[in-house]
Design a protein around this ligand. Sequence first.
Ligand SMILES: *Cc1c(COP(=O)(O)O)cnc(C)c1O
Length: 363
Amino acid sequence: MIPVAKPLIGEEEINAITEVMRSGNIAEGEGVKAFETAFAGYIGTSYAVAVNSGTAALHVALLAHNIKEKDEVITTPFTFIASANSVLFTGARPVFADIEEESFNIDPESIVEKITARTRAIIPVHLYGQAADMKSIMKIAEDYNLAVIEDACQAHGATYGGKMAGSFGTGAFSFYPTKNMTTGEGGMITTNDKNVAERSRMIRSHGSKQRYYHEMLGFNLRMTDIAAAIGSVQLGKLEGFNEARIKNAEYLSSRLSKIKGLRVPSVGESRRHVFHQYTIRLKGGSAVRDNVASLLNKRGIGTGIYYPLPVHRQPFYKKSGCNYSLPVSERAAEEVLSLPVHPAVSRSDLDSIAGALKEILTG
Ligand SMILES: *Cc1c(COP(=O)(O)O)cnc(C)c1O
């Protein structure tokens, strides 16, 4: 089976963990600090704050920006549920804008339509490893005085206009094993705002700067030095991983682009797409898509559907008043199919994937 995602853990990661375990300092300590400094350096922000998941990074970032009850936060429904749940955690209301047909990312025009007097923030998601339209989004944020929290959980190393995803507003990254780099579980907040960084550090650790003196309500969302040790090694490998993903994606597109009824992913202007997912679109709706997926699976090719049900259609979101239609997102949910392009996929794997798809779709 060629899996659709696979973490690449080598001897370096294993040795790094062993060293931490032998040191006896296994919770948050110097290892986390070193990982934060290296990650901030990579993204190009003044600060990075490590937490124990991407979900925590989003939650903490919103709280650090003082998002609370009665506020509205605009985001995309075509994402992993954590992007929107993080808004619910704060007591604020998620409001969904529709996406762009080509990029699958939030549509700036739709954002503007959803702005009200209560809107406080926008959460663009850099889906599949490709940056959202950050030029337009930052302009809207400036015009309406809104915070921007970038869900960069799938976009480690993606750029827009030469600038890293996660460095435009406040960034939130995930290091779950399926992502472009991993720490097992883990997350990171990136920012140039000293106040946001300071508040984030406090919120992740029971609202304290100094141990046992608590200035606000916080949580325990800390990363361990064990996870940070894995992260520091993985960060050193990230550019290599991303280059392999990009090369695999380009090759697959060259093999698939002429097949009828199938659309290969497009890379938008001024962007470096790091292909967290390589997602094609199949004409004919979910029955066709699901059938193609099952035929590929039978031939040993793993696939993924990200995401089969947009967030505004999830039962508990529907119940809480999301009774509107977002047609571009709803159609995408029925037509997308992700194929393996991660660094462990070989050229011959890609040939098998392309050959199988050609057979299935052209008979
Ligand atoms: C993975 C992911 C998250 C959540 O990250 P976790 O580390 O699993 O909590 C949030 N948003 C998006 C878009 C993701 O892909």
